[in-house]
Design a protein around this ligand. Structure first.
Ligand code: FAE
Length: 545
């Protein structure tokens, strides 16, 4: 499971046209033409030397960081990227870079000795298992009221996510980023982002016939029988590759249950798109297994950046101090927020404004499963890549992905990740007593999300005569309300920063990741994160460099 989208009912006429209308995006056009460039070169893994001076240092290698690195390099600027996770470019002893979702090993989790699967029970039994502590690819970062899942490694969240590349409906955009010109976004930056990411739609005819989307067709049929709009959703997975997986001519990835701990084939992660193009400029280098711990004004101008080099057990093996003329914070919503809040509170960047740390939301994520009748099997072979959803945003405040449950056995379950219009927002703050940054989200704040998701699934259950599954998140627990895959906010655009991500108290410091977005994107977020980064970096290159 990843970031799935619900599918819907099975009337053949829905499809591309309905999707484009349904999601109101220009991404249709970009998606259909937007084949990702083949991976040409990996970004040169060149650990930075202590004492180095670089023109631009980018903290993090996810969507925001990759867009910044590529566009700056294309403008002739040398960029060094610092990434706390691994490079993920070397196969393990099994010949694979990533491990399978069903057999997690040390490569699965970031510095844990036991897995923490988002869906942690099956048939009422816990499924987590012990693993060796290692700098694995998925971080389940625990705050008091919520576990926040994030990708760790060169490529950030693109390494672990479901690849669902969704452009919000245009009429919802004003509520997502109110200070941004929607025309610009839908005319220029969303299409640019979708093309750069290589988003594309499943072939509807293949969807209708392949065994691996039986679960999607059941989702579609049930959604439509209850009167909900069903939409196909683009993904960055290579759909031709998936067809070849189904015909048995290439090694399997989506059809082998790979997703949460990385896809060995098929998925166009950032390493194959933005970062490959950045590498091809020859101007971008990266330090993997390096974690930025401090940024402060340097005496002679620019910024002093302190970086811990770590080993695969998480121990610090060296601490390096470098200087950068400009620094882009692209450590993700949680990573950037934690850094900025700590640097403000501890005196490294005291003039950051009081909006830093605020406006954080979970994109309204909530999960649930439904038990289908025995005559509605969802299939023992399920593609791990979701490709469809149920749109009840306007009426009920929920957009639900029809998600896979790639267990390899027939479960008779339909599984969904809903994105809801949850109004709650949390703040990060510095806890001097423990020397950590804390987040004040409360589990009870998911109740509005549950109510919104129920506008879809209560009705489907009533129509179908079915019930919720109670065995997926605990013993007799229906709702997966303890987590998010979509952290957003903490350094909100036009509040903590100016309208282009500049931290104005410190010329040359920028935020360019999910922390700019105030808590909700109405759909899966990475296309919006990428498009906003494209918009902001274009302005910054034009005016600041
Ligand atoms: P992100 O991609 O998280 O990159 C930040 C990078 O910074 C990471 O590689 C960190 O390791 C690194 N970092 C953090 N702190 C430091 C530091 N101090 N020093 C050096 N490096 C650091 O940020 N979104 C969708 O739109 N569609 C989906 O299908 C989807 N599925 C998802 C499934 C899962 C399981 C998860 C976890 C997320 C999913 N998402 C999905 C969310 C999406 O991946 C996420 O919004 C973006 O990755 C956020 O992009 P950023 O550039 O903000």
């Amino acid at each position: 499971m990843s970031d799935p989208t619900p599918s819907g009912a099975g009337v053949a006429g829905i499809s591309r046209r309905a999707f484009i209308a349904g999601t109101g995006s220009l991404l249709g056009a970009a998606a259909l033409t937007g084949r990702a460039p083949a991976a040409r070169a990996a970004v040169a893994a060149t650990p930075i030397a202590g004492g180095a001076h670089v023109p631009v240092l980018v903290i993090g290698t996810g969507y925001g960081g990759s867009v910044a690195a590529l566009r700056l390099a294309e403008a002739g600027v040398d960029v060094h990227m610092v990434e706390m996770g691994m490079a993920w470019d070397t196969p393990g002893s099994d010949g694979k870079i990533f491990c399978n979702t069903l057999q997690p090993d040390r490569r699965s989790y970031w510095l844990r000795t036991r897995t923490k699967a988002p869906l942690n029970y099956f048939l009422g039994f816990p499924i987590d298992r012990d693993i060796p502590r290692y700098t694995g690819v998925l971080d389940a970062e625990e705050f008091a009221g919520i576990t926040v899942y994030q990708g760790r490694g060169v490529g950030g969240g693109s390494l672990v996510n479901g690849g669902m590349a969704v452009t919000p409906k245009r009429e919802n955009f004003g509520g997502i980023l109110p200070s941004v010109d929607a025309n610009e976004m839908y005319d220029v930056y969303y299409p640019r982002a979708n093309a750069g990411l290589g988003a594309g739609l499943v072939d509807p005819a293949w969807f209708d016939s392949t065994a691996c989307y039986q679960y999607g067709r059941v989702g579609r049929k049930q959604a439509q029988r209850s009167g909900f709009p069903f939409v196909f959703v683009p993904d960055v997975y290579d759909w031709d590759y998936m067809k070849q997986e189904a015909s048995g001519t290439v090694p399997k990835s989506a059809l082998a249950g790979e997703i949460l701990y990385g896809n060995n084939y098929g998925k166009k992660s950032l390493q194959k798109t933005y970062l490959a193009r950045a590498a091809a400029t020859g101007r971008v280098t990266v330090s993997a297994l390096h974690k930025v711990t401090s940024v402060a004004p340097a005496p002679g101008g620019g910024y002093t950046v302190v970086i811990d080099q770590i080993d695969t057990g998480g121990s610090v093996t060296a601490t390096k101090t470098v200087t950068a003329d400009r620094v882009f914070f692209a450590a993700g919503s949680v990573g950037t927020s934690k850094l900025l809040v700590r640097l403000k509170a501890t005196g490294a960047l005291p003039a950051l404004n009081d909006e830093v740390g605020k406006g954080w939301g979970d994109n309204g994520n909530v999960m649930c499963g439904r038990a289908n009748h025995l005559w509605d099997p969802t299939g023992s072979l399920q593609s791990s890549i979701p490709c469809c959803g149920i749109d009840n945003w306007a009426a009920g405040g929920a957009f639900a992905e029809v998600a896979p449950l790639p267990t390899g056995i027939e479960t008779f379950a339909s599984f969904y990740l809903s994105i809801t219009k949850n109004p709650n927002r949390a703040a990060f703050s510095w806890d001097a007593a423990t020397g950590t940054v804390v987040l004040n989200w409360q589990t009870a704040w998911k109740q509005p999300s549950i109510a919104m998701a129920k506008t879809i699934f209560d009705r489907i259950n009533a129509t179908e005569g079915t019930i919720y599954r109670t065995d997926l998140f605990g013993v007799y627990k229906i709702w997966g309300d303890h987590l998010t895959y979509h952290p957003l906010g903490g350094a909100v655009l036009n509040k903590a920063t100016d309208n282009y991500g500049r931290l104005t108290a410190y010329p040359g410091l920028y935020v360019i990741d999910a922390s700019l977005i105030p808590g909700n994107t109405t759909v899966n977020p990475f296309v919006t994160i990428t498009a906003l980064a494209e918009r902001n970096i274009e302005k910054i290159i034009a005016t600041d460099l």
